[in-house]
Design a protein around this ligand. Structure first.
Ligand SMILES: Cc1cc2nc3c(=O)[nH]c(=O)nc-3n(C[C@H](O)[C@H](O)[C@H](O)COP(=O)(O)OP(=O)(O)OC[C@H]3O[C@@H](n4cnc5c(N)ncnc54)[C@H](O)[C@@H]3O)c2cc1C
Ligand SMILES: *[C@@H]1O[C@H](CO)[C@@H](O)[C@H](O)[C@H]1NC(C)=O
Ligand SMILES: *[C@@H]1O[C@H](CO)[C@@H](O)[C@H](O)[C@H]1NC(C)=O
Ligand SMILES: *[C@@H]1O[C@H](CO)[C@@H](O)[C@H](O)[C@H]1NC(C)=O
Ligand SMILES: CC(=O)N[C@H]1CO[C@H](CO)[C@@H](O)[C@@H]1O
Length: 535
């Protein structure tokens, strides 16, 4: 054991010598670069919120660098289909729900606050409004939902013990098995499980942490509320991000650098130099990267010097799930699904094969649209992302004809899906917590490297995956860096709280604000039904 550690130290020391040598040559002649106090990398929820926090704290000297030609990040829409007047509808490619709103007397989800402020149109997503199907057509297996929920309740309280007693974490799969839920070999049970788990986390229970999946669910759905509202605003969900940005950025504000792709980040304890694909560069006192875990994992962005092992391990350990909505518009006068039901679940012998259908042709949604869409995640997303549209469309039409009868399903008027796994500014949809990763291990994802700070949905220990996670982390990073610049930060501004050697578990006293944990303030004991759905 001791020998191993000294070898590691040697490698570490050796690596540092090699890496620090060429550093001088690689830094740019300073006159070429734009200079700023804070470079905010990415203009999604985390980036815009971080910049707003800087501005609110009196730091106006920042630059926001964004790959795309618009802000919003993974909160992104497109046009699809045609209404009866020939005008296209707006549909969300990325985030779609406001997840957890507010309960009387409790904390409010900031995304819900902002959705109200900017009058983002949304409707209650009733995940109990569900009909079930398999290859033979409609068949009622909703009783399996109750069986699942009983097992979930046991997994939930067990997760509480694991956390409080500092026991070893397990996979969600083993926790479910221990609670008596064994869906293996039963396509209907697998479909129910998919609806309750994969549909939310974009990953299977097999590769999800028991402890942190439950903590994540509790924080949002017991902390705020169990409500999921689905956004159908024809301006797009990111109307709230545009609204927020307009409060501190002028129209064509020169501090917002759109269509600018970061390729290198040169970091130290004194400052940061950012190089872009167009070979422009920025010298900043601090930087906040808000890139997705997928982007950090890809290696598209070079860090100079190379990131230390603790950071590389954190980046490659946290997972990036893929969540794909595949949209169809059918002739609105030939609707073949139950037009008063929100969700339809399909049980295929292949787990996760076109499982959850969502009806938008409902009074509070997009009535008269004939829009019906199916969601797949990770493994099936990789498949559809690497095959052509026509192949995917035909596979799905075969499925629909099994569910609703061959004679009832007409040719669609329009068809479309985004390919998140190959999108170079995201490489996936949102993050997920794998079994065995401790809070210490996750803290290493948040911790800064010199003056490069990290924020985004994935750095949120409690709300990873969600818009509100991105919001909290962006706000915290912006506020801390403003305090650093103003000499008001009580900790080291160029050294984060890091765990260079990871232990098997995290001590209870380390579930602290420093490590991104506020769970105690959200500790609400709910006797709430488990609702699946809605990544
Ligand atoms: C399909 C899907 C469904 C989802 N559903 C929900 C939901 O219903 N509810 C919910 O709360 N959340 C949902 N999410 C998650 C939510 O969208 C994210 O948590 C949130 O948008 C992440 O914000 P962020 O600022 O952390 O990251 P991002 O929005 O990814 O912002 C990072 C920014 O960095 C930019 N960038 C990347 N690489 C570079 C580079 N090299 N140079 C410059 N800029 C770069 C990107 O273009 C992006 O704008 C969903 C996500 C997806 C994809
Ligand atoms: C949700 O749908 C179920 C099943 O159709 C129904 O019983 C319930 O009343 C609905 N809930 C709300 C709040 O509309
Ligand atoms: C989640 O909430 C349930 C119900 O309040 C509680 O029993 C459990 O301990 C909580 N688990 C965690 C990990 O917070
Ligand atoms: C649902 O379908 C019925 C029968 O086809 C139709 O009469 C009704 O108008 C439809 N409702 C909506 C909201 O489209
Ligand atoms: C300045 C610097 O480090 N440039 C590097 C940026 O990344 C590309 C691609 O990895 C390298 O080729 C450059 O040397």
């Amino acid at each position: 054991m001791a020998a191993c550690i000294s070898i590691l130290l040697l490698i570490w020391a050796y690596g540092n010598i090699i890496l620090s040598a060429p550093l001088q040559e690689r830094t740019h002649a300073s006159h070429q670069c734009k200079k700023t106090k804070v470079a905010v990398l990415g203009a999604g929820v985390a980036g815009i919120t971080a910049a707003q926090a800087l501005s609110d704290s009196g730091v106006e000297d920042f630059l926001i660098v964004e790959y795309n030609s618009e802000i919003g990040g993974r909160c992104r829409h497109t046009t699809f289909g045609r209404d009866p007047q020939g005008k296209p509808y707006t549909l969300e490619l990325g985030a779609n729900w406001i997840q957890g709103t507010v309960s009387p007397g409790g904390p409010e989800n900031p995304i819900w606050t902002l959705a109200k402020k900017y009058e983002v149109k949304n409707a209650f997503s009733n995940l109990s409004s569900l009909l079930t199907y398999d290859q033979s057509g409609p068949v009622d297996y909703l009783d399996k939902l109750d069986t699942f929920e009983d097992a979930y309740a046991a997994v939930e309280s067990d997760a509480g013990f694991i956390l409080v007693e500092n026991f070893q974490d397990r996979s969600f799969r083993s926790a479910l098995n221990l609670a008596g839920w064994k869906p293996q070999g039963d396509p209907q049970a697998q479909a129910i499980e998919w609806y309750e788990m994969d549909y939310e986390y974009a990953q299977t229970p097999d590769v999800s942490s028991q402890e942190f999946t439950i903590a994540n669910f509790n924080s949002t759905f017991y902390g705020f509320s169990e409500i999921n509202n689905f956004v159908v605003d024809q301006r797009g969900y990111n109307a709230f991000i545009h609204g927020q940005a307009s409060e501190f950025l002028a129209e064509n504000d020169p501090r917002l650098l759109l269509s600018t792709i970061v390729t290198n980040i040169t970091w130290s304890h004194h400052g940061v130099t950012i190089t872009n694909a167009d070979s422009s560069c920025i010298e900043a006192e601090y930087a906040i990267t808000t890139f997705s875990v997928g982007v950090l994992q890809s290696g598209d962005i070079t860090f100079t010097p190379e990131l230390p092992d603790w950071k590389k391990i954190a980046i490659q350990t946290f997972q990036m799930g893929v969540y794909s909505k595949i949209f169809f518009q059918f002739p609105p006068d030939q609707i073949f699904w139950d037009n008063s039901t929100q969700f339809s679940l399909y049980a295929s012998p292949t787990r996760g094969y076109y499982p959850v259908w969502q009806n938008l042709d409902l009074p509070d949604f997009i009535p008269g649209s004939g829009i019906f869409f199916v969601t797949v995640v990770t493994d099936q997303s990789y498949i559809v992302d690497h095959q052509d549209d026509e192949t995917t469309k035909q596979q799905i039409l075969v499925t629909l004809r099994q569910m609703f009868g061959a004679e009832n399903v007409p040719e669609p008027l329009d068809f479309m899906y985004p390919r998140w796994s190959t999108t170079p500014w995201a490489y996936g949809s949102y993050s997920n917590w794998p079994p065995g990763l401790t809070l210490e291990g996750h803290q290493n994802l948040r911790a800064n490297n010199g003056r490069v700070w990290y924020a985004g949905e994935a750095t949120s220990a409690e709300f990873y995956g969600y818009l509100h996670g991105a919001y909290f982390e962006g706000k915290a990073a912006g506020e801390k860096i403003a305090a650093c610049l103003q000499g008001k930060y009580h900790q080291d501004c160029s050294n984060g709280n890091v765990y260079k050697l990871l232990h098997g578990t995290t001590r209870p006293d380390e579930y602290s604000i420093e490590n991104g944990w506020t769970q105690t303030s959200f500790q609400t004991v709910g006797d709430v039904d488990v609702e699946g759905g809605g990544g």
